[in-house]
Design a protein around this ligand. Structure first.
Ligand SMILES: [Zn+2]
Length: 448
């Protein structure tokens, strides 16, 4: 054996340690009687609600480091509670709406706390939190006109978005901007202009999508990039075949997902990677078309399909002509088309089954990420936190509904690992908001 290659790297050692810890848990699980297995797989609802509600009321001094992320804390906690099918007391609801309103910048967008610089990430978190709360007071508190001004100010002339004034441009910024614009019904050709080209430039040779051109494919950015392309009706421009190849190999021996090749398993990728599969399940017709083009043309690139798809935006609908036709009917027609994409997408029957092992992922989430006293963690040996609680629960919901053809129908019992009381609310995978709250927001903003 090559003496150099026989020396394990730090990551290899860490990987073996994680595998050992996970293996011990699975061995214990397989050695106990059936009724004890059922108890081990039970979603600890009461403990999760207790942990989440406590965080919404009061956080300890260790949370100082998250002072610029307070709308995120609202979203992670409120969305987790909504996934569990619970609601919060009206005093907490009113306090949350008032607090988020104080984070709203007079010139549009939301900062990390009252008086802080507006930022696209916290804007996305605040809008998703308000959507999750639902109702007239929460939804009408968002200043949509100022939001559009803010989003346009974040837009870079090259097409991408910057996280804040003078900030970094990346795929996450594109997703948060486009997602917010989509749910608020303010998405238009001016905001969409060249976003697709930017996302396309971030798809790597591996098939996944990186944070910015030239970087490594990553689960979070792959979700953000794919969701963005769907929301602007340009997903057919991505090489979906290689994207599926990449994401299919991210589920490891531990049954959970890793975020990048050769990295450790982490519970939060249950959503970031799991939701990529949930999106792909509704892109069957495009995938079939890309595969057919490969069959017919041999080396014919899927990019020839994308040229045709991109031509939908031709003649005054893309490039520098965009402003000249804003008063044109075509601008409004395109705006109308964008406003319906999120709703139409979830109505598409999922023709493909899940392309990952959804029951195995539930096993990892429930046995390895779940903390018995409430909350979820990255992996055994780590502490619980609200971020991982939100994305482990979101991933669990994706798994449970992954065999449903119709997003509104309940899953078959065999699709839900553990007792049936584990069943969570379904989400809209493009926005990661519980489905019925998305419908409510869509109706609300369509009429305004
Ligand atoms: Zn994580």
């Amino acid at each position: 054996m090559d003496p150099i290659s026989s020396i394990p790297t730090v990551t290899q050692r860490e990987q073996w340690t994680v595998e050992e810890m996970v293996s011990e848990i699975y061995q214990l699980f397989s050695s106990v009687p059936h009724h004890a297995q059922t108890i081990m797989l039970e979603l600890r609802r009461d403990q999760h609600i207790e942990f989440l509600t406590r965080g919404l009321r009061q956080l300890g001094p260790s949370f100082r480091v998250l002072d610029a992320n307070r709308p995120w804390l609202c979203y992670w906690i409120l969305h987790s509670i909504a996934l569990l099918g619970e609601s919060i007391f009206s005093d907490l609801e009113n306090n949350s709406i008032d607090f988020l309103n104080r984070c709203q910048d007079p010139d549009g967008g939301y900062g990390g706390g009252p008086g802080q610089l507006p930022h696209l990430a916290t804007t996305y978190a605040a809008v998703n939190a308000l959507m999750t709360l639902g109702g007239q007071k929460a939804l009408s508190s968002i200043n949509r006109d100022k939001m559009r001004t803010f989003l346009l100010r974040m837009k870079d002339p090259s097409g991408g978005f910057r996280m804040h004034d003078g900030g970094e441009m990346d795929v996450r910024a594109c997703y948060t901007a486009i997602s917010v614009a989509s749910v608020l019904n303010i998405l238009d050709p001016e905001l969409v202009e060249n976003v697709g080209n930017y996302i396309l430039s971030c798809q790597t040779y591996e098939g996944g999508i990186a944070g910015e051109p030239g970087s490594e494919a990553h689960g979070g950015y792959t979700f953000c990039g794919l969701a963005t392309m769907i929301l602007i009706n340009e997903s057919q421009r991505l090489d979906l075949r290689s994207l599926i190849d990449w994401v299919a190999f991210r589920q490891g021996v531990e049954c959970g997902f890793q975020g990048r090749a050769n990295k450790l398993v982490d519970g939060c990728y249950s959503f970031w990677q799991g939701a990529v599969f949930a999106l792909i399940q509704r892109l069957n017709s495009i995938i079939v078309e890309q595969l057919r083009a490969l069959d017919v043309g041999g080396s014919l690139s899927w990019r020839s399909i994308c040229t045709g798809a991109a031509s939908n935006l031709s003649e005054g609908e893309c490039g520098s002509d965009v402003k000249s036709y804003q008063t044109d009917e075509r601008f409004h027609a395109k705006q109308k088309e964008f406003s319906d994409i999120g709703l139409n997408f979830i109505k598409i029957p999922a023709e493909l089954g899940p392309l990952f092992h959804s029951v195995a992922l539930q096993q990892y989430i429930l046995l390895c990420s779940q903390v018995q006293d409430g909350g979820f963690r990255d992996k055994p040996g780590k502490h619980r936190d609200y971020y991982h609680t939100c994305y482990c629960l979101s991933g669990l919901a994706v798994c449970q509904y992954s065999w449903c053809k119709d997003a509104d129908s309940p899953p078959l019992p065999k699709a839900v690992l553990g007792p049936h009381s584990n069943l969570l609310e379904p989400i809209h995978p493009l926005f990661n908001v519980v489905l019925h709250r998305y419908y409510e927001a869509h109706n609300f903003f369509m009429g305004s």
